[in-house]
Design a binder for this molecule. Structure first.
Ligand code: GDP
Ligand code: ZN
Length: 304
């Protein structure tokens, strides 16, 4: 018919029934084509690799390739729906100020573990480290290194640690998550010159004035690697988690859970609980155990 040959592409943004596809090969390579999609493809999301064909004015996505990973989020009906695909790396961003909370870091780590995506903890604003806050923050970061999480240090203001971060972002698709004010926009602006995300929110300029993007967008870092970003994605990790899954999100608790005396151990007051004894003998950090309990109770509260 009037359609061009089948070609590979990458979805960089989606708008209801159309998507922006970046051509990954051929004469259009690197250009962006607005595409409709065949109705039998299921939901396409930012980060999806697809097969598309050039039509008269727009293109048509004819196939979706298998996903390596997906970020799932419950819709208003409680159904888990993908919001981005093929993410390889989650940068859990914290800062010297606002004071990092272990509970929150652990919540992001649970989400990373459950989605099978490699996390890194990035401490930003190291220029604000001083005699009063240094010891506490270093002790907190050490607890994560002890369970084999990688920790990176950066200061966007002092332009420190950015080269090391860039090297980690190369060759993969990353997301930055973390509470407001830690410097995610500042970091992304430093890594993606020319994008100019408004510091403090994620807005783009349109003819109608400032408009907050709600859909996830994919950007290319000039030194290699891609970023998927949206206000919603920055909160990935605070989305719904099932109670029974929480323990699998704690990498040092998971292997012990099968060793309790009772198969259905709740890890509370039961005798022979492998987790409780690991906390008592110091194999498991008290702080992580507290986080585990805290996350369980916050989910129970949400559910009730
Ligand atoms: P976001 O909410 O995580 O996107 O954080 P922003 O990028 O909007 O930054 C919040 C505030 O922290 C802004 O006032 C930034 O100027 C400031 N900030 C960002 N990075 C640094 C840093 O490395 N050091 C210091 N001292 N301030 C920073
Ligand atoms: Zn137990």
């Amino acid at each position: 018919s009037e359609l061009g040959p089948e070609q590979h592409g990458l979805i960089i943004s989606h708008f209801g029934r159309t998507v922006d596809v970046e051509a990954a090969e051929g004469e259009h390579e690197g250009t962006i084509i607005r595409c409709h999609m065949r109705t039998n493809l299921g939901q396409l999301v930012t980060g999806d690799r697809v097969i598309w064909r050039q039509g008269k004015d727009t293109g048509v996505v004819v196939a979706k390739l298998e996903r390596k990973s997906e970020l799932l989020r419950p819709n208003p009906y409680g159904e888990m729906k993908p919001v981005a695909a093929n993410i390889d790396f989650i940068v859990i961003t914290v800062a010297v100020e606002p004071t990092p909370h272990a509970n929150l870091i652990d919540r992001y780590l649970v989400a990373a573990e459950l989605s099978g995506i490699e996390p890194v903890i990035l401490l930003n604003k190291t220029d604000l480290l001083n005699a009063e806050n240094r010891e506490k923050i270093e002790a907190m970061l050490q607890r994560y290194r002890d369970i084999d999480y990688e920790v990176l240090l950066a200061s966007t203001s002092a332009e420190e640690g950015l080269a090391e971060l860039k090297a980690k972002l190369d060759q993969r698709i990353s997301v930055f998550v973390g509470q407001s004010g830690v410097g995610k926009s500042s970091l992304i602006n430093a890594l993606l010159p020319g994008i100019d995300l408004k510091v403090g929110d994620l807005s783009v300029q349109t003819k109608k004035g400032r408009h907050t993007t709600t859909t996830a967008r994919l950007f290319h870092f000039p030194d290699g690697g891609d970023l998927i970003d949206s206000p919603g994605i920055r909160e990935f990790g605070l989305w719904h988690i099932e109670l029974d899954d929480v323990i699998s999100g704690f990498r040092e608790l998971k292997p012990l859970a099968g060793l309790c005396k009772f198969r259905d151990c709740n890890h509370e007051k039961e005798p022979g609980c492998a987790l409780k004894s690991a906390v008592e003998n110091g194999t498991i950090s008290e702080q992580r155990w507290k986080s585990y309990k805290y996350i369980l109770s916050s989910i129970e509260e949400q559910n009730s």
